[in-house]
Write a protein that binds this ligand. Sequence first.
Ligand code: DPM
Length: 356
Amino acid sequence: MSEITKPTIRVGSRKSQLALIQSKHVLELLTQRYEDKNFHLETMTTIGDEVLDRALSQIGEKSLFTRELEVALEHNKVDLVVHSLKDMPTSLPLGMVIGAILEREDPRDAVIMSPKFFECTLATLPTGSVVGTSSLRRAAQLKRHFPHLVIQGIRGNLNTRLRKLDEEGTYAALILATAGVKRMNWESRISEYLNTDVSMYAIGQGALGIECRQDDMATRQLLAPFSHAETLLCCVAERAFLRTLEGGCSAPVAVESRFLDDVLYLKGGVWSLDGKRSITQSLDVKLTDIDDVPPAQSYTAVVSSHLSNSRLALAEWLGVSLAGKIVALGGGIILDEAKKETEQRNLVAANVRPSK
Ligand code: DPM
């Protein structure tokens, strides 16, 4: 088939370097597999890219990095969009689904030290050293484990943050997701990997999610083979956990999950903003294929034609049940307080007098 007669599939992407690396990676996978189609990249800017002076939790919009791309999907301007799964809300706009979840990279958080402190670890940094992160989840866990450090917000894309670390004297270290750092080819800057005993990771961290229109069966069919079964099941459980807690990014919620010998394991936790109070619990479930389980429309917005409905439903059940367990132990109160405090902080930051 000549290039001209090949049908073209349009792939939407944010313009940040990381987003482009991720989208181009998926575009390459698609191009290799489907020689009878053209894949074309369409780039656009989102609110999350434009508002750089406020913390993510402060902008008060759930789909910061996805909204503009979703509008393009809805209006048929693009056919699929590549996202970091952790930036995808647990429920998507009506008519949108996650058609594939790719194999997860290392999900751990990592430390990037300022060259001035290259011999240090978080534990050995001088008292009062400033560590940059705008993640409430990272901040709460770090405050708990390293009370001698000062956690301070930092915004901007990964390039901006690294420049701030290296060129301004403010920060001794940054905390970033290993996955993003590796994709940017900056792995040599990682001085320390944070295991989950120190920092449990964000829901979906390290995995890529591909969004498409729910009724676009042709695109769904193109995407299905790229899903990684273990990653998908772990992420459905994690997303069901977050959705049940109504966590979003306004409160510290974190997870750890694995899939081994057909057993799906999920650990989850919630923290107060200062990290002093926390509840973590774990649960597992054996996944089995049961014939007559009717299909749901999606499982936390994820669809898969390769996994049985019973497996997907059990993964979702795991997340919901773990959240229930944590709420029963008082986790809901910790989360509600954290959300209120975040709101108050945002009002103060926005210079608005909080209403009683
Ligand atoms: C979300 C959070 C952050 C991003 C909150 C969290 C980090 C914000 C910050 C939901 N999205 O993790 O608790 O550090 O100020 C983001 C990154 C990646 C996807 C960058 C990072 C790359 C890794 C991946 C921003 N979204 O976390 O270092 O694909 O998982």
